[in-house]
Design a protein around this ligand. Structure first.
Ligand code: ZN
Length: 245
């Protein structure tokens, strides 16, 4: 562990990514303010449907296994319930020949008409729910979690636009979809389900939540009272937000 840390630190210095403001009380105050979910939720303009999964600070960003490129000040995972199309095969029973077959959305180039693979007759029209009564074994859409990851850098002042941009671009270069992903999300969605709001759709809610090993959306955020370069950051898909306390 000690070796890793030393290598990581020297690499950060090599790329001039070490941040002298990291240890200032002002920096700490910005980071700590974000640990208050109500405050952060407002700051990020999230609505009441979005719920918090985790807030982690000083999260290492690594090049695969070995080198630490830097530490993200804060990594936040939030989620909301959404609906997703079944993207794998859907099971039908043919009303004509009784054959049970799998229809894969998009296989035939069109979606609406399902044709039996055995007898060739029309089975149903996916756009017409009544035509599917009794022959469809799964819902076409199912509730799923939509997970958002926020990677937040706290800057009491922005000494240099270029330097800050380089830091975030370096993180962006090395981050992999699952490298920062929070382990509290598992194959069946959330491990500790009781902590989170339920989906309105009652059909076996949680077993239909999607498998996650990476976020659905990711946002890069700078929290700084120094708004001089906010337009320039916006051009790079980085949102600069000013603290309100
Ligand atoms: Zn048939």
């Amino acid at each position: 562990m000690t070796g890793e840390k030393t290598r990581g630190t020297s690499l950060e210095k090599l790329w001039k990514l070490d941040d002298p403001e990291l240890t200032t009380p002002k920096h700490d105050a910005l980071v700590l303010s974000l640990l208050n979910w109500d405050y952060t939720k407002n700051l990020l303009s999230l609505d009441d449907e979005e719920f918090l999964i985790s807030i982690k600070s000083e999260v290492p960003i690594t090049t695969g296994r070995d080198f630490i490129v830097g530490y993200a000040d804060l990594v936040l995972h939030t989620a909301r319930w959404g609906m997703r199309d079944f993207n794998s095969a859907i099971l039908f029973t043919c009303p004509h020949c009784g054959d049970v077959f799998r229809f894969r959305r998009g296989d035939s180039g069109y979606y609406s008409k399902v044709v039996c693979l055995k007898c060739g007759k029309d089975v149903c029209n996916i756009d017409n729910k009544e035509s599917m009564n009794g022959i469809l074994h799964q819902p076409l859409r199912y509730p799923c979690l939509v997970v958002t990851q926020f990677i937040i850098e706290c800057k009491p002042t922005i000494r240099s636009f270029g330097e800050t941009l380089r830091q975030i671009k370096t993180y962006r270069q090395y981050i992999t979809d699952n490298s920062l992903f929070d382990n509290s999300l598992s194959v069946y969605g959330l491990k500790d389900k009781s902590k989170y709001p339920k989906c309105e759709m009652k059909r076996n809610d949680y077993s239909y939540s999607s498998y996650h090993n990476s976020p659905d959306k990711r946002y890069w955020i700078i929290l700084s009272p120094d708004v001089e370069y906010s337009d320039a950051f916006a051009n790079e898909d980085i949102t600069l937000i000013s603290p309100t306390i």
